[in-house]
Design a protein around this ligand. Structure first.
Ligand SMILES: [Zn+2]
Length: 85
């Protein structure tokens, strides 16, 4: 997908206004709905999902694999503690 910044902001704005409207009507977000919303935003922003759990990545490992903080921390702990393996 190749969107310019203006298009990206417009789509994020549309998603946000839909979300606010639904909330105004008493809609309760499920975990799944919240997750696809967050994933949609990360796709629009050109971020890649975490390899470990699919949440938006905030970092990457030494090989450039996208990871969230939790998974990056879990990987570090695996590597730094050989007694676990
Ligand atoms: Zn993760």
């Amino acid at each position: 997908m190749d969107l310019n910044e203006e298009d990206t902001q417009m789509i994020i704005g549309a998603l946000d206004s839909l979300g606010v409207t639904l909330a105004d009507h008493g809609h309760k977000w499920t975990d799944g709905e919240r997750e696809i919303y967050e994933r949609s935003l990360s796709v629009l922003r050109g971020e890649r999902p975490c390899e470990g759990c699919g949440k938006p990545s905030t970092t990457s490992d030494s090989e450039g694999i996208p990871l969230c903080d939790d998974c990056a921390k879990a990987c570090d702990e695996d590597e730094s503690d050989p007694s676990l393996s």
